[in-house]
Design a protein around this ligand. Sequence first.
Ligand code: ATP
Length: 302
Amino acid sequence: MRDPQDVMMSVKDLRMRYGTNDVLHGVDFTAHRGEVICLLGPNGAGKTTTIEILEGFRMRSEGEVSVLGVDPAHADENWRARLGVVLQAWRDHAKWRVRELLEHLGGYYAPYSTDRIKRPWDPDELIAAVGLTAHADKRVRMLSGGQRRRLDVAIGIVGRPELLFLDEPTAGLDPEARREFHELVHRLTDDDDTTILLTTHDLDEAEKLADRILILNHGRIVADGSADALSRQIAGEAEVRWTLDGQRFVHSTTESTKYVHELFKQHGDAIGDLEVRRASLEDTYMTLVRQAESPLTEVGAR
Ligand SMILES: Nc1ncnc2c1ncn2[C@@H]1O[C@H](COP(=O)(O)OP(=O)(O)OP(=O)(O)O)[C@@H](O)[C@H]1O
C-alpha cells in the first residue's frame, strides 16, 4: 500500500547552468511511493535537464537531490537497477529481435531480484503488456515509430523499477497505443506501487495520469498540485449551464454545488441539460505559464 511517508525522490533548490546560461533556478519537489507525477512546461523549460540530473546522467550545478535515498551523482549499479528510464529517443539495438533484446537486457537485472520484487519481468508477459506480441520476433529496425516507442517503454520497465522516468513516452503513439500505455501506467502503480515521473506536452494525458502536476517554466516550478487543485487555484469560478422552458442559461459561480442545489429547489424537474464546467488543465496551464511570463506577477512562483 502507498505510504505517504515513503519519500522516493526529493529535490531542494536544484540549480543548473550550461556555461553562462542558467536553466534551473532553484527547483523543489518531493515524490512519494506510488505517485504519478507529470512534469509539464514549454519547450526549453528545463524538464529534460531536471530528469537527466535525477537519473544520474547529468551533474547538477547546485542543490540537494536524493533519489531512492541516494545522491544520483554518487550512485552505484544497485541503485541503477531499481530505476527505469525511457529517454526521448533511443536509436540503438537495431539488429536485435524484440524478444531477444528484452531477454538480454532483463538478464542484467536478475541479480537484483528481491523477495518483494522479482526481476526481470518475464519477456513474453512484458511484450504482451506493451502490445508487441505480434512483433516479438521482428528485428528492432523493422518496427514502426510507435512500435519502437512501445519497445522503449518495455526496455524502461524490464527490470521492474521502483521508480520510472518517462520522457515524452507517448510522442508518436496512435490513440489506441496511447490508451494502452495509460492502462500500463495504472497497472504499474496499482500492482507494483511504481513511482513515475513523466514529461508530456499532452495536457489531456497529464490530467488522466497524474496524481500531481508540476509545471516548470523558465527553470522554475510555477505550480505543484493535482489537476483539480490547480484549476481551483486559478479559476475559482465554475460555469453552470442549464436549460429551463426551452431557454439556455449560463452562470459563473465559486459555489457551484450550492448554486445547483438552489436551482433544483426552485425549479425541480423543469431543469434540463445541466452542466458544471471547471477550468480545464489547459486553461490552468496557459494561465500559469503566461502569468510567469509577466515580470509584474509572481502568482504560484516560488
Ligand atoms: N547540453 C546542453 N548544453 C547547453 N544548453 C543546454 C543543453 N541541454 C539543454 N540546454 C538548454 O537548457 C534549456 C532547457 O532545456 P531542456 O532540454 O531541459 O528543456 P525541456 O523542458 O526538456 O524542453 P522540450 O520540451 O523542448 O524537450 C534550454 O534552453 C536548452 O537550450
